[in-house]
Design a protein around this ligand. Structure first.
Ligand SMILES: Cc1cc2nc3c(=O)[nH]c(=O)nc-3n(C[C@H](O)[C@H](O)[C@H](O)COP(=O)(O)O)c2cc1C
Length: 201
């Protein structure tokens, strides 16, 4: 299943093909593909090259580990994410290793790593659905995450599909058109909310 973006201006085809499905097919991810996703994450840029991202993964084939990770998601996310063959948690190291100062870019840099991972996934016919809807305390307790690390997000990974058990309301979200704010609403020049020339037509 695909859901291609319709950009206002031409962009790379790979970017148009990335989307966040709720429905995942009952198909596992080969270990080489899974490894490549995290290798792609590893090569993301980061402030001071700190690489503050950490991931905890669980495959559905390991029922106990998968359930432990699934339990860390909000109920609304569990309802659809339980069909994904792989779940992951995104965690950041809060402080810079060299100085011990707070790393203001840590969450930003986890986002960059997951962007890399998502595009590698797209190129391999896989999809990623990110979630902020997690219980960070439960993650900390379930996986003994140290205090200087912060659980932030979860990822559902797999092949987009329509599992028969998926609620109709959720299926409809997958079938709805994709939308974005126009460039003029997000790229300014000269003054706040003054659209940049590149976004003016
Ligand atoms: C950091 C982040 C957190 C998100 N959290 C959730 C979530 O908790 N539950 C959910 O259903 N979708 C979540 N999403 C998915 C977004 O709703 C989705 O990316 C957005 O609607 C754009 O759709 P697209 O990714 O298909 O282009 C999250 C996405 C990101 C990047």
């Amino acid at each position: 299943m695909t859901k291609i973006a319709r950009p206002d201006y031409p962009i790379q085809a790979l970017l148009t093909r990335r989307w966040s499905p709720y429905g995942f097919a009952d198909r596992d991810i080969a270990i080489d593909d899974l490894r490549a996703l995290f290798e792609a994450a590893r090569w993301a840029p980061s402030s001071y090259n700190e690489q503050p991202w950490r991931f905890i993964i669980a495959r559905r084939s390991d029922r106990q580990a998968f359930q432990r990770l699934l339990n860390c998601l909000w109920d609304a996310n569990q309802a659809w994410a339980r069909h994904a063959p792989v779940l992951a948690l995104g965690i950041v190291k809060r402080e810079l290793t060299q100085t011990g100062a707070a790393n203001a870019a840590a969450e930003h840099d986890l986002g960059l790593a997951v962007a890399n991972l998502s595009l590698e996934a797209t190129a391999r016919g896989l999809s990623v659905h990110q979630m902020i809807g997690i219980d960070p305390d439960r993650v900390r307790n379930s996986f003994a995450v140290p205090e200087d690390y912060k659980p932030l997000t979860a990822l559902a990974l797999g092949y987009a599909g329509e599992p028969p058990e998926l609620a109709l309301e959720v299926l409809q979200r997958d079938r709805s058109a994709r939308s974005r704010k126009p460039l003029a609403e997000i790229v300014f020049a000269g003054a706040w909310e003054q659209p940049a020339e590149l976004a003016a037509d």
